[in-house]
Design a protein around this ligand. Structure first.
Ligand code: ADP
Ligand code: MG
Length: 340
């Protein structure tokens, strides 16, 4: 006879278990929020592998003063209003959980100024009821989220953190995955006051190759095969490691409508496409699939690493054909040059 509703902080801490595994997951959620807000520049500052400080500053559309408190509460999102919206989702976020979860397991402050507001305001949530305090602040158009002392109140989680170096490596990896898909955005990453990465916006093929080289290695970028295929409303574009490039790479990136996903389907298609080349290693790829959002379900897991295609077979065969057609072109070229 002791059923009780959990206090908000505790409910959020439980939810945090699913999305806030380590500093890198905080960085992922916050950077995705910045991108959802239309930012063209995102600066990430990390201290001590993210356990001391994670600061994300963007030039996105910002949050109005009277919505700051809402942004920090659970199940509050500007991105979905109905089940129909969810079924056609294109934004990264939709669960309205990240800020609430993170602020229940760290000291979070959110400072923001939308373009149409003359001053900036800062919000913090604290205590078991997660009461929000709003204070005046100084900030250009956009938002800054500070996450200080991650897991300070959840010691069991904190103990699971690895060394600063390892945690930072995870952050760096996550940023790579985001930066390779969003070449239009300028990203910087700083660790303990030192600028570690600078990804400048890529508007030309040369700049794009530069970013590809920064992330997948210069060799990969120089030799990679470009592909761009469209069929029946499906589009696949990106780069594929050349069969003549024998470097072992772990650059295997697959995006569905801009969202990085792990999917066996694409690995399978790549393997199958490379079947007739005698290659010992898993070929690298950066592939972007664009598909009608109604044809894919992204709400499979809280961290959104997985998607489900309604027509799995069709998507697989489309990818396979797209890959085969670029690979065919190059094998024709080799046969030609051998013939001459
Ligand atoms: P979700 O992204 O699933 O909507 P979040 O908890 O991550 O949930 O964010 C809650 C809301 O706060 C978002 O829907 C958005 O309206 C607002 N928000 C969060 N971060 C930003 C940001 N960097 N810029 C503008 N708005 C933001
Ligand atoms: Mg979000």
């Amino acid at each position: 006879m002791a059923i009780q509703i959990l206090p908000p902080q505790l409910a959020n801490q439980i939810a945090a278990g699913e999305v806030v595994e380590r500093p890198a997951s905080v960085v992922k959620e916050l950077v995705e929020n910045s991108l959802d807000a239309g930012a063209t520049r995102v600066d990430i500052e990390i201290d001590k592998g993210g356990s001391k400080l994670i600061r994300i500053r963007d030039n996105g559309k910002g949050i109005a003063k009277d919505e700051l408190a809402l942004a920090l509460s659970r199940h509050a999102t500007s991105k979905v209003h109905s089940l129909d919206d969810l079924e056609a989702i294109l934004s990264f976020g939709f669960r309205g959980e990240a800020l609430a979860s993170i602020s229940s397991v760290a000291r979070l402050s959110l400072t923001s100024k939308p373009a149409e507001q003359s001053e900036a305001w800062q919000a913090n949530a604290a205590g078991s009821q997660m009461d929000v305090k709003i204070t005046p602040a100084a900030h250009p158009k956009g938002s800054t989220i500070d996450v200080v002392d991650l897991f300070f109140n959840t010691p069991a989680r904190r103990r699971f953190l690895k060394s600063d170096k390892t945690e930072f490596t995870h952050i760096d990896e996550w940023l790579k995955r985001i930066a390779i898909a969003r070449t239009d955005v300028h990203f910087t990453l700083t660790h303990n006051g030192k600028l570690v990465r600078q990804y400048r916006p890529a508007n030309t093929e040369i700049q794009y190759k530069q970013r590809l080289g920064q992330i997948c290695g210069r060799g990969f970028a120089e030799q990679a095969l470009h592909l761009s295929c469209e069929h029946d409303g499906l589009t696949l574009s990106g780069y594929l490691q050349s069969p003549s490039d024998t470097h072992v790479t772990d650059s295997c990136y697959f995006y569905v409508n801009g969202r990085l996903v792990r999917d066996r389907l694409v690995n399978h298609a790549v393997k199958q496409a490379f079947g007739r080349f005698n290659i010992q290693h898993q070929p690298g790829y950066v592939l972007m699939l664009e598909i009608d959002p109604h044809q894919v379900d992204v709400n499979v897991h809280p961290a959104k690493h997985e998607v489900r295609f309604h027509q799995n077979r069709l998507v697989h065969d489309f990818i396979l054909q797209a890959l085969q057609s670029v690979l065919e072109q190059i094998s024709e070229l080799t046969i030609e040059s051998e013939g001459h």
